[in-house]
Design a protein around this ligand. Structure first.
Ligand code: GDP
Ligand code: MN
Length: 386
């Protein structure tokens, strides 16, 4: 789960990482008031879940409250990487002597957190890593000791030649490591970490991503979720315990288990089709879950057929079959549906489908269900066009 900069900044402040004074606004008038309260030059920053806001025109300096309202008006009209700007942060502006990058993320291969730093901050760190990898400092964190103060200082010294600057940065880096551990972050990043004209080291940006698997023990962070950051359908899926990712194709997929869902999508591609989504209905099932799954998939108007690929273990094939019959009747679904039920209660499941007046195409093998799904999607598309 992504946090907005203003939310990350508050966590930084709570851990005594130096940040600049700031407040959040939803209208240009609020921006004017905040700018007046802060006084002097301010920076107005779009609060969206996307990097590169600066380049997109989402970060602007303003010398007085009226100008702040003016630039905010323009920022509120922006769409940054598809995200509309609903909130801006108004912060005290700073003189910048240098910009560095400091971050901690998970190195999946090493199965450890990795500290990544660079004196070349402010800009796209991925670009720095690709073009000038020697400008990047990497350090794997030992999970049993955590990042020690000595290590933090050592890392900071590789970024800053000045001793006093390095010491300030080391303290900040130690705090980042503490937040990473205590808040279950999968990414925590300051870009830029600046040195101002007085030599003070300050976090000028805050990017914090919470590991979704840690959210159950971070209830106060779960509350920070931005309702606008997911579609109605993504929210519905999350709340019902379905993993759903929308894609661009036309073959809708309902599968149980992430691995089987991936394999089903691969096979659709293999046979020349395009999956409309990834959807894992999870281990246990209920007719209600299947109904929700169908509603979510059919909200996507590109979908021309639906493939059910169910391997019944804990999931019971009869539950899924009942869900299909229910959903088709309640939702008056006319899309062609192909169903492969195998495993627990498969006989009962198939019988429920066969005995119902709901029209579904049964399939036995995985190749069959996928090929039928592609064929029916194509047929449906041609029928719609003529
Ligand atoms: P991002 O582009 O989404 O990463 O947004 P940032 O918060 O990192 O801002 C982008 C750039 O705007 C920074 O790298 C700075 O160069 C500049 N910037 C942000 N805040 C200030 C400020 O207070 N003063 C000055 N002079 N520049 C700022
Ligand atoms: Mn940044």
């Amino acid at each position: 789960m992504n946090l907005h900069e203003y939310q990350g900044r508050e966590i930084f402040a709570a851990y005594d990482i130096p940040v600049l004074r700031a407040e959040v606004a939803s209208t240009p008038d609020e921006v004017r008031e905040i700018a007046a309260r802060i006084g002097g030059t301010v920076v107005v920053k779009a609060q969206v879940h996307a990097g590169g806001r600066g380049k997109a025109g989402g970060v602007k300096l303003a010398e007085n409250p009226d100008q702040a309202a003016e630039v905010a008006k323009a920022i509120f009209k922006l769409k940054i990487k598809g995200w509309p700007v609903k909130k801006v942060m108004v912060a005290e502006a700073s003189e910048i002597a240098s910009e560095a990058y400091f971050g901690i993320t998970l190195d999946r291969e090493a199965r450890r957190n990795v500290v990544i730093c660079s004196a070349a901050g402010g800009i796209d760190i991925e670009e720095v890593a690709a073009k000038t990898p020697d400008k990047i400092v990497r350090h794997l964190v030992n999970p049993s000791t955590g990042l020690t103060d000595a290590e933090a200082l050592d890392i900071a010294k590789r970024v800053y030649s000045d001793e006093k600057t390095a010491q300030q940065a080391a303290v900040i880096l130690s705090k980042l490591a503490k937040i990473a551990k205590e808040k279950d972050t999968s990414l925590i990043e300051i870009n830029p970490l600046i040195v101002d004209e007085t030599g003070k080291v300050i976090a000028l940006d805050a990017k914090v991503v919470i590991d979704d698997n840690g959210l159950f023990r971070q209830p106060e962070l779960e509350k920070l979720r931005d309702p606008d950051s997911e579609t109605k359908w993504e929210r519905m899926a999350r709340e019902k315990g379905l993993s759903y990712v929308k894609l661009d194709g036309d073959v809708g997929c309902v599968v149980n288990g992430a691995g089987l869902a991936m394999a089903t999508m691969d096979l659709i591609k293999y046979y020349g089709g395009n999956p409309a989504n990834f959807l894992d209905i999870g281990g246990s099932s209920s007719p209600g879950k299947v109904l929700t799954a169908m509603q979510i998939i059919l909200a996507d108007k590109n979908v021309k057929s639906i493939v059910f690929n169910i391997f019944g273990g804990i999931t019971r094939c009869d539950d899924v079959a009942r869900g299909i019959v229910d959903a088709v009747k309640k939702g008056k679904i006319e899309h062609p549906i192909v169903v492969r039920l195998t495993g627990t209660n498969e006989e009962e499941g198939r019988k429920i489908l066969a005995d119902s007046d709901v029209k579904v195409t049964p399939a036995v093998t995985m190749d069959e269900v996928v090929q039928q799904g592609i064929r029916l999607a194509l047929q449906n598309k041609i029928a719609a066009a003529s």
